[in-house]
Design a binder for this molecule. Structure first.
Ligand code: TXA
Ligand code: MG
Length: 354
């Protein structure tokens, strides 16, 4: 069967008070082995019954996802953790107390009931309890833990609205629960707790500073800050170029005035070559640039806003049909670490430091 020819049912659901009637058909389909896209507080997820290997395998086909990139399992109650993980160290409990429900994924030893499709053959599994009412209602109504990656085609920016999910997935999946825009806008923080001190594998909605306040030392995997040179990174997802619009992205890093001057120069160079230039920058910089498409991601120091806007802005460049995107860096504090991680990955190593 051509996966593009499936009917995609879109169900509008209230994000504050999801009704049982709205959720029930999708929850039943999910339990029966079908895929359901749903909002979380970070980005939209593409869910399957985490206890059903054949259901989970469909996620990889629908996304075009490499089989060696494991999925996060979502639970609505801690009592469900026994099905998912084999042991929960004290630091994991402290982090659950501090940040669940919320954008923190804990990598722990995998329970045998979790099929290898979920963990891509690893002995560990990532698990989190999302805080979005629709996500919680769906997990409870389905009565099973839900394995879910972000609901984009592999390599594309993660979806922060149901429209983004449909851009990538219409005709490939049977159900989308439309609960409007997501809040955080970037994916969850992924922390490996099978080692001590724990290792940050992906920066996200919960900041390193917040983690340190609860568990003390946190090591940062080298793949977080730059390009991964090894063929075997700790978090398999880190080795793939990701979050990219169709045009190449060039990330410019450095002090604000020099960054702006470099982007002005690069714009002129690309325009001489006949290229249509797009610029992604802070609101404060918009007046500096004369490119045909200048989009802002919010104020340079309002990093929560930048996080919330980033993926929508990256997707918007596709509609504007630009040939190249020049992006301004943001400070790497707080959620800025996660923003810069996504921008570097979108640039796929094309980073200019001034
Ligand atoms: O916010 C989120 O985490 C969203 C929503 C839907 O919950 N999900 C999400 O999933 O971003 P995905 O599949 O796009 O990213 C999961 C990341 C990947 O980088 C993957 O390699 C890593 O988590 N990961 C998952 N399980 C892992 C494991 N057992 N060990 C190491 N890394 C793991
Ligand atoms: Mg993803």
């Amino acid at each position: 069967m051509d996966v593009r020819e499936m009917h995609t049912e879109v169900v509008l659901v209230s994000p504050e008070a999801p009704s049982e009637e709205a959720i029930a058909p999708a929850a039943a389909a999910l339990k029966a082995g079908h895929l359901v896209a749903f909002p979380t507080e970070t980005v939209y997820g593409l869910g399957a019954n985490a206890l059903d290997g054949a259901a989970v395998a469909q996620i990889f086909a629908a996304k075009g996802r490499p089989a060696d990139n494991p999925l996060i399992v979502h639970v609505a109650d801690r009592s469900a953790l026994g099905q998912v993980v084999r042991e929960i160290p004290p630091k994991a409990i402290a982090l659950m107390d501090g940040f669940w429900p919320g954008p923190l994924t804990l990598v722990l030893p995998r329970q045998e009931a979790i099929p290898t499709e979920v963990s891509a053959g690893l002995a560990t599994v990532g698990v989190r309890m999302p805080s979005h009412p629709i996500a919680l209602a769906l997990i409870r109504a389905a009565g099973v833990p839900i394995a879910a990656p972000s609901a984009n085609r592999s390599g594309r920016p993660s979806p922060t609205s149901a429209e983004h999910v449909l851009e990538d997935m219409v005709g490939r999946i049977p159900w989308v629960l439309d609960g409007g825009e997501t809040g955080v806008g970037l994916e969850s923080t992924v922390l490996d707790l099978t080692v001590d001190p724990p290792v940050l594998l992906r920066p996200g909605g919960v900041t390193v500073e917040q983690l340190q306040q609860v568990i003390g030392e946190v090591q940062i995997d080298p793949g977080v800050n730059g390009v991964v040179h090894t063929s075997r990174p700790r978090s398999p997802g880190m080795k793939y170029t990701h979050y990219a619009p169709k045009a190449p992205v060039i990330l410019v890093e450095g002090p604000v005035l020099r960054m702006q001057a470099k982007i002005v120069d690069l714009t002129a160079e690309y325009q001489v070559e006949g290229k249509r230039v797009g610029i992604l920058c802070a609101t404060e910089s918009m007046g500096r640039y004369g490119a045909p498409v200048v989009l802002d991601y919010g104020g340079r120091h309002q990093l929560d806003m930048v996080a919330a806007n980033l993926f929508r802005a990256l997707r918007a460049f596709d509609r504007h049909r630009v040939d190249v995107v020049l992006a301004e860096a943001v400070p790497e504090t707080g959620i800025g670490l996660a923003v810069m991680n996504r921008l570097r990955r979108a640039a796929g190593g094309k980073v200019v430091s001034v």
